[in-house]
Design a protein around this ligand. Structure first.
Ligand SMILES: [Mg+2]
Length: 255
């Protein structure tokens, strides 16, 4: 066997570098699939998933089973609360830079916006399991969802500053009493109006239903200046104002 000379060691080193680069590429491709192989990959993949739910880069998603624990940690170990606080601070800065007139309105969604359904979501394995309308009605009938504290503070600030606060929810009209009871219990003591989905609107996508209701509201002479919600369907569409504030929600998606 020939000893490794200067020039052959150069080529050997090149070969090693090429091999390392190709392995790196394979690993990168692996992380873009759901075939994650170890805890670090799971965490990277799932944090990427959470980011992409927030930006609406992926539609119609459900939480991948391997991400259940990562979503749980995101929701319960401080990161969600920090992201909510950052959104509320941005909304506070924006709306306090405006002087609301008597018709100026901010639209708030309810679930995962004013109040948190985390105890219900735990039963759905943080969104891994499909939404179940029967258990959802049982949960809302308890009227026991807690306020998201940073949003409650923002809400009260805007109310005190003279904004009309319109609540626009995808909850059904027959949940009105329970929803009002829950809001009052959570600390939301008043609102300008509360709009729920009528039976005739059941088949509509949230984005169309909310657009239509905001348009009707504006036809009465009011102006929507901005919306706050956890779904892009709360924020897109017609009569949505000049600024949208998107709260995090990596647990479920509503079109
Ligand atoms: Mg919501």
């Amino acid at each position: 066997m020939e000893p490794i000379t200067g020039s052959s060691s150069f080529w050997f080193l090149g070969l090693v570098i090429l091999l390392a680069l190709s392995l790196g590429t394979a690993r990168c491709q692996l992380q873009l699939t759901t075939e994650v192989v170890d805890a670090a990959d799971v965490n990277d993949y799932c944090m990427g998933f959470i980011y992409n739910t927030g930006t609406d880069n992926i539609q119609g998603w459900v939480v991948p089973p391997q991400c259940e624990k990562v979503v749980e940690r995101y929701m319960t170990e401080g990161e969600y609360q920090r992201d909510v606080a950052a959104t509320c601070l941005a909304a506070h800065d924006y709306f306090s830079s405006l002087r609301p007139g008597p018709t100026d309105t901010v639209v708030f969604d309810i679930d995962e916006t004013l109040i948190s359904n985390v105890p219900y979501q735990i039963g759905l394995h943080w969104g891994v399991n499909k939404f179940d309308p029967v258990s959802w009605k049982e949960w809302t009938a308890q009227a026991n969802a807690a306020a998201i504290p940073q949003v409650l503070a923002l809400y009260n600030e805007l109310k005190d500053a003279g904004w009309n606060l319109l609540l626009l929810t995808g909850r059904a009209e027959d949940e009105r009493n329970d929803t009002m009871a829950n809001l009052l219990r959570a600390g939301y003591v008043s609102w300008f109006d509360l709009i729920l989905k009528s039976e005739a609107e059941e088949g509509l996508l949230a984005v169309d239903y909310k657009s239509r209701r905001r348009e009707e509201f504006e036809k009465k002479g009011y102006t929507v200046r901005g919306c706050v919600g956890d779904q892009w369907s709360d924020l897109r569409g017609k009569a949505a104002g000049d600024h949208a504030f998107k709260l995090p929600n990596p647990m479920y998606y509503i079109a």
